[in-house]
Design a protein around this ligand. Structure first.
Ligand SMILES: Cc1cc2nc3c(=O)[nH]c(=O)nc-3n(C[C@H](O)[C@H](O)[C@H](O)COP(=O)(O)OP(=O)(O)OC[C@H]3O[C@@H](n4cnc5c(N)ncnc54)[C@H](O)[C@@H]3O)c2cc1C
Ligand SMILES: NC(=O)c1ccc[n+]([C@@H]2O[C@H](COP(=O)([O-])OP(=O)(O)OC[C@H]3O[C@@H](n4cnc5c(N)ncnc54)[C@H](OP(=O)(O)O)[C@@H]3O)[C@@H](O)[C@H]2O)c1
Ligand SMILES: Cc1cc2nc3c(=O)[nH]c(=O)nc-3n(C[C@H](O)[C@H](O)[C@H](O)COP(=O)(O)O)c2cc1C
Length: 562
């Protein structure tokens, strides 16, 4: 492998700047090079530098970036991992070999920490500013969203517009991202001139010593499922506890737990009936040949039908809500093996962990809102939230794995204050944060904004929160019960009532956290935060926006929203 200059001759720097940057980068790369046994590491042969630049909201892109760097290290690169939050457009020319891994959030937007770089690239003039950069993009997304992988598409287009050379085509990954990601990484590293893939090239998230991972979930005993709402509530939120003993699974406050659900028996029976089968027919499944009933219960997604299924069934309009609707509308029923061949694999759901491992060793807690709604007068229910609510305890176990989210953590400095906004199930990670701060005797102040429909029935974890308040761990607790009075009162109303104090906490360095509903609540809380800087901080709307952006970039504003 040949040595390449870190800053190419044609990069837009003076000779002096180039020399300084080369020295600086050489230091950075040697410190940050991912451990392992890089190909060609022996002797004095220098490694090819490679930067894996990621943007994440809930940790997936970060974990894949670390995986990419590890693999690149084995294949002869001095690979470093960089969070987009800390990178400006001016720094990009220094990264001659660049892998970009980004998810998409909101309505086709980049993750919070990447917004600054995203808009800088979008508004940069299309002179060949990045001619020194060779790159490839891996976009993470979900085809259920209209603007599938939009942030990845944007970064790819912006880099090209600014003169960077795409060495391997972008890959857009759906929720089942492991295979496409591995294929992309192999093709991108090969395009950068690497040795062939190592036989052990990992396809998934890290495994525990006992071998449990997203691909091989731990069958965790379900110990407790307890409704947190009082009788008469319109909501159904369950506190769920799993036993992790013997799994080797470890988590931190801020991580999420992935749960593999089973489909509802009645729903599976209805699908089997619609197929004209009895459920005993042998069909192929991701776990090998299984009876149709078992395969449909455990391995296939019976939610939104795939395009392949609609084609197989000859059904198009009106768009069916569920696989069952499509089957019922089909002019002819396919053979069961063909039918399952056109289904998507069942996907795990993520839940923000609501316990600190320091407070509950060997256990993990979740706070799960049961999803129930009607379509055209027909009752429907969410697969995983109602599996946990109705059947998990009786079934005994559920397949789980830890989804690390290092971008969502209490402050590293225990004396730094936290402001947490978590209405409804958004309380989950903040219960974990508070348990963590109590267990570690952190001295930083803690302020929680919680809200739900009615104080009498929906004040989740009320006793615990009041005890934390009484003990002084929770410095302030502000609640907003939306349906206890004529006018709606939401957490952001409480924030605005306390704007001066909130501003003072932020000015003193507090971190600001939001968890829960992404569509309405998180957007309105964000607007309220801007308003706090205008009213209490005396800033212009533009200066307030810049302040909020700087909080995001410096990771003092962290969101876990869904
Ligand atoms: C990082 C992260 C953390 C999360 N943390 C939590 C948590 O702590 N607690 C929690 O409860 N959830 C949490 N969630 C959400 C959770 O992952 C699941 O999405 C949720 O439980 C629903 O899953 P389900 O299988 O029950 O529903 P699904 O079977 O997936 O059904 C949900 C789908 O049903 C449809 N739907 C829902 N309501 C309606 C309606 N009114 N009308 C028409 N269609 C509708 C929509 O298509 C929706 O996408 C989190 C999500 C993420 C990404
Ligand atoms: N992506 C998914 O698959 C998925 C799955 C489950 C839940 N979710 C989302 O997660 C959310 C969490 O559900 P949850 O039951 O825990 O709580 P929730 O529905 O968010 O309700 C909690 C409290 O927030 C209030 N609220 C409503 N709109 C608000 C706004 N714009 N700003 C601030 N507060 C607002 C509610 O008031 P009112 O009800 O009185 O208006 C209620 O008092 C749901 O809203 C849902 O959108 C998504
Ligand atoms: C609230 C929310 C909004 C999302 N919006 C989009 C979207 O607009 N387009 C898309 O392709 N994927 C969207 N996704 C899916 C994520 O991009 C996908 O789950 C990704 O793997 C998350 O990666 P991360 O953990 O690195 O942030 C969304 C996910 C959530 C929870």
């Amino acid at each position: 492998m040949s040595t390449v200059p870190l800053i190419p001759e044609n990069a837009p720097f003076t000779a002096e700047q180039r020399a300084w940057l080369n020295g600086f980068l050489a230091g950075v790369f040697s410190r940050a090079a991912v451990s392992g046994s890089p190909v060609g590491a022996a002797g004095s042969q220098a490694l090819t530098p490679l930067t894996v630049l990621y943007a994440t909201q809930t940790g997936t892109a970060e974990s894949l970036a670390k995986q990419a760097a590890k693999e690149a290290g084995k294949r002869g690169f001095a690979a470093s991992v960089l969070d987009m939050a800390g990178v400006s457009i001016e720094q990009l020319p220094a990264h001659a070999n660049l892998l970009v891994i980004t998810s998409t959030y909101g309505d086709g937007e980049p993750p919070d920490s990447a917004k600054a770089l995203h808009s800088a690239l979008a508004s940069a003039s299309p002179a060949a500013q990045l001619a020194s950069v060779r790159y490839s993009v891996c976009a993470l997304g979900d085809t259920n969203y209209t603007l599938f992988c939009q942030a990845g598409k944007d970064f790819d287009a912006h880099l090209e517009k600014l003169g960077a050379s795409r060495v391997a085509p972008r890959t857009d990954c759906d929720v089942d991202y492991e295979g496409p990601f591995t294929a992309w990484l192999d093709s991108a590293l090969s395009a950068f001139g690497s040795a062939p893939a190592t036989p052990s090239m990992s396809e998934g998230a890290s495994e525990t010593a006992a071998g449990f991972s997203k691909k091989n979930p731990f069958p965790a005993p379900v110990r407790i499922v307890r409704n947190l709402n009082a009788p008469g509530s319109a909501k159904e939120v369950n506190h769920v506890e799993f036993d992790l003993a013997g799994s080797g699974l470890a988590y931190e406050a801020g991580d999420a737990l992935g749960v593999y659900p089973h489909n509802c028996h009645d729903h599976v029976s209805a699908v089997i009936r619609a197929l004209g089968c009895d459920g005993e027919e042998a069909v192929p499944s991701p776990a090998g040949e299984l009876p149709l009933r078992t395969a449909l219960t455990q391995h296939f997604d019976l939610g939104k039908p795939s395009p392949a299924l609609l084609t197989l069934l000859g059904v198009s309009e009106p768009v069916p809500h569920h696989v069952l609707d499509a089957l019922l509308a089909a002019p002819a029923k396919p053979a069961p093996a063909l039918f399952v061949g056109a289904l998507k694999k069942i996907q795990p759901r993520l839940y923000s962990i609501s316990s600190s491992p320091k407070a509950h060793p060997g256990r993990v807690h979740l706070t799960v809102g049961a999803v129930r709604y009607e379509v055209n007068g027909i009752p429907r229910k969410g697969v995983c939230s109602t599996f946990l609510a109705e059947r998990a305890l009786a079934h005994g176990t559920a397949g789980v794995f830890v989804h690390a989210n290092p971008a969502f953590r209490p402050p590293a400095d225990p004396s730094v204050a936290m402001i947490m906004v978590g209405p409804g199930t958004g309380i989950a990670p903040f219960r974990a944060f508070l348990e963590e701060r109590a267990a570690t005797r952190a001295t930083g102040k803690n302020w929680l904004f919680f809200g739900d429909q009615k104080a009498a029935t929906d004040f989740l974890y009320r006793e615990e929160l009041e005890a934390l308040r009484a003990s002084g761990v929770l410095t302030r607790l502000d609640v907003a019960f939306s349906r206890d009075q004529q006018e709606k009162v939401y957490v952001q109303n409480r924030m605005l009532e306390k704007a001066a104090e909130l501003y003072a906490w932020l000015e003193a360095g507090a971190h600001f956290y939001v968890c829960g509903d992404a569509g309405r609540m998180a957007r309105d809380v964000d607007a309220a935060l801007h308003q706090v800087f205008v009213t209490a901080g005396g800033k212009s709307p533009e200066a307030a926006a810049a302040y909020v952006q700087s909080l995001k970039t410096s990771r003092r504003y962290q969101r876990d929203v869904y």
